[in-house]
Design a protein around this ligand. Structure first.
Ligand SMILES: Nc1ncnc2c1ncn2[C@@H]1O[C@H](COP(=O)(O)OP(=O)(O)O)[C@@H](O)[C@H]1O
Ligand SMILES: [Mg+2]
Length: 353
């Protein structure tokens, strides 16, 4: 099977629970062999979509293809997918070895082959020497590794993850991100990873599908979502602190605050939302006047929450590492090719620069 065979094509996939329309209709292709992250706020339909791909949830209408096969009416085990859940879902009375090998045993894989595959998958997630333990004798991180080993031992063409790192502490999560990336590069399965965490999405994904109320807000490479958000929803969901959004007005040559302060020279006329990332704002001697409200010195850089002339708030990320006193005044300039314009009513991106 070539990698392209493992692409997933969603065509007008729709899901309702009673009268609750959760996924109004998604049409998209998930690249074979790539790492795709489905990102979005809690309740936006991420798990529902993943479960429909896995076959754990039926589609209300629409089709799902994996490679050349239409799968939406197939049983989960016929789809070639393996899934890793947030809560691990391990069998508590079984050893790590038997947890990993259970599906192979059910499928009638001969014992010798089973042992080899269990060993190989356990090693690939760093579970050496733990095969005879029970889940209760493992840390959270180790349990999550067992869940991953149990998924890859079946040599699936598609690996589906539903918030697998959410129960781990921050440091462990970062380590697991690195390991999952390496694992993906080694096994080459199509990986689809659901999370509400934009850092996980930015670091793991070849492509991010950002969902909002069951619909695709933007589906692109992480750097594209970051630099060229299609909507104000994307602009504020990606990045911490988020992209600043200012109510402003274009006079044909510049974008200005209501009091006339020039923010950026751009040929636009009319009311507009100007988006600028905190790190694309520089502190300069004669710029846009700001007043410090609050600042945090993070060692490597500082975050300043400032107020501009008409009281709108602005987050500034600056290498200047000191805490400013509340009320202290300073001025800034926006790195102009980093400014983005949005329609104030629809929230959609206006110009493409
Ligand atoms: N089995 C179900 N029955 C009824 N409503 C459900 C069911 N599963 C999910 N939902 C609803 O569908 C919406 C999306 O849920 P979900 O896909 O779990 O979101 P996410 O994974 O993005 O947090 C939520 O409003 C949730 O309450
Ligand atoms: Mg979920």
């Amino acid at each position: 099977m070539t990698l392209a065979d493992n692409s997933i094509a969603l065509h007008e996939v729709r899901k309702t629970f009673g009268d609750n329309l959760v996924v109004p209709g998604i049409t998209a292709e998930i690249d074979g062999g790539k790492f795709t992250v489905i990102l979005g706020p809690s309740g936006c339909g991420k798990s529902t979509l993943l479960n429909m791909i896995a076959g754990l949830e039926s589609v209300t209408s629409g089709t799902i293809r994996i490679g050349a096969r239409e799968v939406q009416d197939l049983a989960p085990k016929e789809r070639g997918c393996a899934m890793v859940f947030q809560n691990y879902a391990l069998y508590p009375h079984m050893t790590v070895r038997n947890n990993i090998g259970y599906a192979l045993k059910v499928a009638g894989v001969p014992k010798r082959e089973r042992c080899e595959r269990i060993k190989a998958s356990a090693e690939s997630v760093g579970l050496h020497g733990l095969l005879d333990r029970r889940p209760s004798e493992l840390s959270g991180g180790q349990r999550q590794r067992v869940a991953v080993a149990r998924a890859i031992v079946r040599e699936p063409s598609v690996l589906l993850y539903d918030e697998p790192l959410s129960n781990l502490d921050a440091k462990l999560r970062q380590g697991m991100r690195m390991e999952l990336t390496r694992l993906h590069e080694r096994i080459g399965a199509t990986s689809v990873f659901v999370t509400h965490d934009q850092v996980e999405a930015m670091t793991l994904a070849d492509r991010i599908m950002l969902l909002n109320n069951g619909e695709i807000e933007q589906y692109a490479a992480p750097s594209d979502l970051y630099e060229n958000p299609a909507t104000t929803f994307v602009a504020t969901f990606i990045g911490a602190p988020a992209m600043n959004l200012l109510n402003a007005e274009g006079d044909g040559s510049g974008i200005r605050l209501p009091n006339g302060t020039l923010l950026a020279t751009m040929p636009f006329r009319g009311p507009v939302t100007l988006g600028i990332r905190p790190e694309s704002i520089e502190i300069v001697p004669d710029g846009i006047p700001c007043r410090n409200v609050y600042s945090e010195d993070l060692g490597s850089h500082s975050i300043i929450v400032a107020e501009v002339a008409d009281g709108q708030k602005l987050h500034v990320a600056t290498p200047l590492c000191r805490r400013m006193t509340p009320g202290e005044t300073f001025s800034v300039r926006f790195v102009e090719d980093a400014a983005r314009l949005f329609d104030p009513t629809s929230g959609k991106r206006l110009q493409s620069t």
